[in-house]
Write a protein that binds this ligand. Sequence first.
Ligand code: SF4
Length: 400
Amino acid sequence: MSDNRECEDFSVFNIVISIVFQTSLKLNITKHGILMQTNNLTKKYLLDYSREEVYTFVQALGMEPYRGNQIFKGMYVQLLSDFTNLTTLTRSSRDKLNHTVTLRTLKLKEQTASVNDDTIKFLWSLYDGLKIESVIIYEGRRVTFCISSQVGCALDCKFCTTGKMGFLRNLSSGEIVEQVLLMKQKAKRPATNIVFMGMGEPLLNLKNVLKASYILADPEGLAFSQKRITISTSGIAPAIRKLTDSGAPFSLAVSLNAVFDDSREKIMPVSKNFPLNLLMESVRYYISKTKKRVTFEYILIRGKNDTKRDADQLIKLTRDIPCKINLIPCNSDDPEFPPSTTEITQWFADYLHERGRTTIVRLRKGWEIKAACGQLYADNETKIGKKISHNIKEKMGESS
Ligand code: SF4
């Protein structure tokens, strides 16, 4: 399929997504994100603002330009939850800010730790009562913050609990950033990696995901390493191209999970729209433009995608692609998707490794507290959102 056709498909896909997902939720979201209604006062959610937007906002409040940087540092270096203790400002400036803006909209509802305390899961309530989860994973020296980009997810991957919820709404950039700020205050050690592998398909909320990533990497704030922020996708090929063309400096992970179209469609309905040839083309495009390697996530499901034929095809698909392959024994509770045995997992890893693929077996961390990959959240939400499943093309027809 030509690039144009692919872009057309993507724009129709986006239109369908927006038509299908305009829920009855009246979100109080403006150009600059969320407005919070508190005590009859509408406050702006300053975490939705980039540094430059904070500077502009501060000047519009009548403060000197240099105050912008003090305020930004207060938000991201001092991790202030309001401006009461930002003593570099006058009391009247602090009062004005506290009356005009808010820095926190997430409320911690539940915190659950795994038995050996190496995985901590957080359930947050959002300003509109919807809920999301985020996870801290300690693995040797690595400390990973796994964050959500959407409430629920439309893509209905069959092994994924989040997918069973359907899509409820996108998170604003500030809601994405706030997950990191709150977990930073709770973590035993600083994060080494931030991954968009919580709830949602990040590339269907690309604008806010990118804005949040730039804020997290801002050298005047958290200064998080750009390459250690990983944006993952279930394989929306045109969005990978869009991400590439945006010039974003962040890393990319693709959830591959199956290497033949028929088997992939069975577990990831979105691949009916974006089959493997399109997906791999977009990955090659990303690599040729960014000169970076990509990470492929491959969930191992016993008897479904862990045979020699699968391994051979995975090697074929990734030929000439600078990549790392993460193998993850499936975490699904559904007996239809059991994890591959330890022996098969190791055999699969060795087979790939011997054929020149960098392969890492990821432990099923946090499985017992439902914090592992594909396990987040459905238990905690009673609302069920929309799903785009096998019939996206038909829905495209209906909406045109
Ligand atoms: S695996 Fe990712 S893309 Fe698929 S349903 Fe779950 S959250 Fe969505």
